[in-house]
Write a protein that binds this ligand. Structure first.
Ligand code: ATP
Ligand code: MG
Length: 416
């Protein structure tokens, strides 16, 4: 059973139990566009406890707000009771919700006309706000007065820009004008919600559309955490275009920092402000630093050492990022991609684990206690193997390692 059939089976079961139930929101929109929905949402007049009682496998996702996750054939589907909501005063979730009896009331609290449609199992669409018309015209338009809707929840402004990029739609002029007026309200948002939307932007074919809008509509200077940064008033056009077609999410984060004028050394800290997981922030920071200092020509030895130290994947990514940042030109990139691939193919070992000798082998063979000489010797051996100066042969590397270790110890000023 695919996720869509799973969601429909939930709708049918609710209906057989005497409730109203529909597919709703993004999945209806995406089905009408002929796109595969990210996730499926169901709305119903059944109360959360009634939903829980009806299905054997449920998770109490947001009971107070009316949401129960039902697991059908292994697929999680959010089932939400028809509701209307108060303002999002804390910038996170509505202060209060009230359950209601009619699907139209529920649709009215949704953000955009194209997200405010419901569909029954026979395929009939409930569309009180002209969502289908706006899908045809490819516009993002709020349900009701844009300013009021943005005052209730400022995230909707970010969602508007995100959806416009994701669907390659434009903003309705009234929606756009309201964003310009209401942008200062963005300051109340939690960083987590902003970052979640940006992660969705990175999946779009052209993320530059969203980032350009954030600047053009005056949103960036109010948006946490960017409002605390020293930002350009508008990024230089090549920096923006570089976002499109970047092969990875990590590059897109790095490019965002770049076009926001943030230095490579600041990157990891900035990404932590954006609440990215620590490891992720540090990896992206490392990538950005590497790309910012990427040389326009790379000698074979240096290239092979980089492949061994960072991995070929990281090198390819840093190289592409460096080109996108305008650090190296396209001719240099092409030369280096080709060279890196060739070197990677030639290298007898690409990771430490592949070296035919380890620290314990060396200690045993030398009959000496462990000490800094071990790591130093291994580095010399690995370097020689990588560059093809020694074969990756166990016996030979041990012999050579013992000799290097002895010489190193004989060296005055050695510290082991
Ligand atoms: P995606 O394709 O990324 O899943 P989506 O439109 O489905 O986009 P979700 O965050 O999954 O976005 O939200 C599901 C639905 O809930 C939306 O289509 C919309 O109807 C409603 N919704 C979500 N966030 C808000 C909000 N902040 N204000 C009003 N309605 C919202
Ligand atoms: Mg969705």
């Amino acid at each position: 059973m695919d996720p869509c059939q799973a969601a429909l089976s939930i709708v049918k079961e609710l209906r057989e139990a005497g409730f109203q139930a529909y597919l709703v929101g993004g999945c209806v929109r995406d089905r009408l566009l002929g796109k595969e929905p990210e996730d499926y949402d169901v709305c119903t007049d059944a109360r959360p406890d009634q939903v829980e009682a009806l299905f054997p496998r449920t998770i109490a996702t947001g009971i107070r707000h009316g949401t129960v996750t039902v697991i059908a054939a292994g697929h999680p589907v959010e089932v939400t009771t028809f509701r209307v909501e108060g303002a999002y005063r804390d910038g996170r979730r509505p202060d209060h919700v009230r359950f209601v009896g009619r699907v139209e009331e529920d649709l009215a609290r949704r953000d955009f006309t194209i997200n405010a449609m419901a569909q029954d199992p026979e395929g009939a669409i409930i569309d009180p706000f002209g969502g289908r018309r706006d899908l045809e015209r490819r516009v993002i338009r709020t349900v009701g007065a844009a300013e009021d809707r943005f005052r209730e929840d400022a995230l909707r402004m970010v969602r508007a820009v995100r959806l416009a990029a994701q669907l390659e739609f434009s903003l309705h002029p009234e929606t756009e004008a309201a964003i310009r007026r209401m942008a200062p309200d963005l300051a109340r948002l939690s960083v987590e919600r902003v970052t979640q939307e940006l992660e969705k932007v990175w999946k779009a074919r052209r993320p530059s559309r969203a980032v350009a809008s954030l600047f053009r509509l005056g949103m960036m200077k109010h948006l946490p955490p960017f409002h605390r940064w020293d930002l350009p008033s508008f990024p230089r056009p090549p920096a923006l275009d570089a976002l499109d077609g970047a092969a990875s999410r990590r590059m897109r984060w790095a490019l965002l920092l770049h076009l926001c004028g943030q230095k490579p050394e600041e990157a990891a800290g900035r990404l932590k402000e954006l609440r990215l997981p620590r490891r992720d922030a540090e990896e992206i920071g490392r990538l950005y630093r590497s790309a910012a200092a990427w040389p326009s020509s790379l000698a074979e030895e240096e290239g092979k050492r980089r492949i061994f130290r960072d991995g070929i994947g990281f090198c390819r990514e840093a190289l592409e990022l460096s080109r996108r940042m305008g650090v190296i030109d396209e001719a240099a990139r092409l030369r280096q991609v080709e060279a890196l691939n060739r070197w990677n193919g030639e290298m007898p070992i690409r990771r430490w684990e592949e070296l035919a000798v380890n620290g314990k082998d060396l200690i045993d063979a030398a009959g000496r206690p462990a000490g800094p000489w071990v790591g130093r010797t291994l580095r010399i051996l690995a370097d020689a193997v990588i560059l093809g100066r020694l074969p990756n042969n166990h016996q030979l590397l041990i012999k050579e390692g013992v000799r290097i270790g002895r010489d190193a110890t004989a060296d005055p000023g050695d510290d082991d």
